[in-house]
Design a protein around this ligand. Structure first.
Ligand code: PNW
Length: 462
């Protein structure tokens, strides 16, 4: 059966500033928390960092040309806050804005719709020195920054994403410490969630007041999709408790205007939530035009103790054991489970009927090499993308209002604490020469983008 997607469906690929740009000292850019964190011994595998990354900052023209050759009709990128405001506040650096104005002009010339993420984890270091995301003031700084970028790029960009994965920013940054700034403190993590929620709402308002209804405002969440290992009440209870502190803590205030029932009790041993002020929930509940979902995998959980768990790493929910079902796993150790994406989209549709949805990231890390024939035969990635795009189609058949899909990632790039060791790209990057080579999955994706029809997994010729 041929799977055909609607006209106007966005077929894009996604990246983020720190992961691809390099040029960390160029044109007045200030340091971000990732510049600092990646220099701490042991923080990133092999001591790698984003100083050069894939040098996108200097190769932006060729990179856009490559997207055009692939026939993408959308591109999701993020703006590096420290290029716009090196200290996180104060006047904008024109050279920083110029870079993104050139990028968006080139995209539009090539018929590629820009989808702009304002924050993909590169917080200006001076804002961390002032307390970072646990500090309420960071939300107001973010709103100022959002307004600056909206004024500068609002004539070119229609789809605005306030924050990428606030779950990661709060919980990997301030709870597990795997990401910058590398703090392990449940109280700071929960305060960060609230500041990020507030930042989203204030940022959405800043964009709206600069651009009116011409702009579509969204956020990208990596909702944790978990299944209970069995129907036993204790296993189901574990899943419900995880959903509460991972997902509902973001979705409920943003889309329903209130923190979910039971959240404050479930976390009272860490914080009294006194940082929530009158009026905050109204701000957080500012109308969104679309919801972005980043999906990679589905977890399975049961009640119990996890033998693999690092006992020194704090957690918000005790008594959780992770189950590793049989199946295919990517290089990240993530189970390939496309049905989880269908379920997620349908669950969002059930709760907020008609809300436009975008898959703002989906993809897989595999070990790829350039073969003697000069190509990258990444069959497993093609199969992954195929099964997940098919999963999006199934959700649309059942009524979900999905408007676009963005592969993560356009390029192999700096994969955070894994450094350059994990390759997610549909375009291979040789880290010695920085040469870009479209992988077979990229050729496959190009066919999909060009036709709106799901190709077979073997349709990978250029
Ligand atoms: C997302 N987790 O990160 C990010 O948006 C990308 O920048 C990143 O490259 C991509 O997914 C692949 O990792 C995540 O631990 C990082 O569950 C970690 C997790 C989830 C998403």
């Amino acid at each position: 059966m041929t799977r055909r997607f609607p006209d106007g469906f966005l077929w894009g690929a996604a990246t983020s500033s720190y992961q691809i740009e390099g040029a960390v000292d160029a044109d007045g850019r200030g340091p971000s928390i990732w510049d600092t964190f990646s220099r701490e011994p042991g923080a990133v595998l092999n001591g790698e960092n984003g100083d050069v990354a894939i040098d996108h900052y200097h190769r932006v023209g060729d990179d856009v040309k490559l997207m055009a050759d692939l026939g993408l009709n959308a591109y999701r990128f993020s703006v590096a806050w420290p290029r716009i405001q090196p200290t996180g506040s104060g006047p904008a650096v024109q050279a920083g804005l110029d870079f993104y104005q050139r990028l968006t002009d080139q995209l539009l010339d090539a018929g590629i719709a820009p989808a702009l993420t304002l924050y993909h984890w590169d917080l200006p270091q001076p804002l961390q020195d002032a307390g970072g995301w646990p500090n309420r003031d960071t939300a107001y700084r973010f709103a100022d920054y959002a307004g600056i970028v909206a004024d500068a790029l609002g004539d070119r960009v229609k789809l605005w994403i306030t924050l990428n994965e606030s779950w990661c920013a709060a919980y990997l940054g301030y709870l597990s410490g795997e990401h910058a700034p590398g703090i392990q403190d449940p109280a700071q993590a929960l305060a960060s969630v609230h500041t990020l929620n507030l930042a989203h709402g204030l940022g959405a308002r800043a964009i709206r007041s600069a651009l009116g209804d011409g702009a579509q405002v969204a956020i990208s969440h990596n909702i944790q999709v978990n299944k209970a290992a069995t129907d036993a009440p204790e296993d189901v209870a574990v899943k419900t408790r995880l959903d509460l502190v991972n997902n509902e803590i973001l979705l409920a205030p943003q889309l329903d205007g209130a923190y979910p029932e039971g959240l404050f009790e479930a976390t009272e041993r860490f914080t009294d939530w006194s940082f929530v002020r009158d009026g905050d929930l109204d701000v957080i509940h500012t109308r969104m035009d679309a919801l972005g979902l980043n999906y990679y995998s589905t977890g399975t959980v049961r009640a119990g103790e996890d033998p693999d768990r690092d006992p020194f790493q704090p957690t918000l929910v005790d008594g959780v054991a992770r189950v590793r079902p049989e199946g295919e796993y990517t290089e990240m150790g993530w189970l390939v489970e496309p049905q989880g994406l269908t379920d997620l989209l349908l669950e969002m549709h059930r709760r907020w009927p008609g809300l436009p949805l975008y898959v703002t990231e989906n993809g897989a890390a595999f070990d790829d090499e350039v073969a003697p024939d000069g190509r990258v035969h990444d069959e497993r990635r093609t199969a992954y993308l195929h099964s997940h795009v098919e999963a999006v189609g199934r959700a649309m058949d059942a009524g979900a209002n999905v408007r676009g899909y963005f592969a993560w990632s356009l390029f192999d790039n700096f994969e955070w604490s894994y450094g350059y060791g994990k390759r997610f790209g549909i375009v291979h990057v040789d880290y010695d020469t920085l040469t870009r080579t479209v992988k077979d999955s990229g050729h496959w994706y190009s066919r999909l983008a060009g036709s709106g029809v799901l190709p077979g997994v073997d349709e990978t010729t250029a």
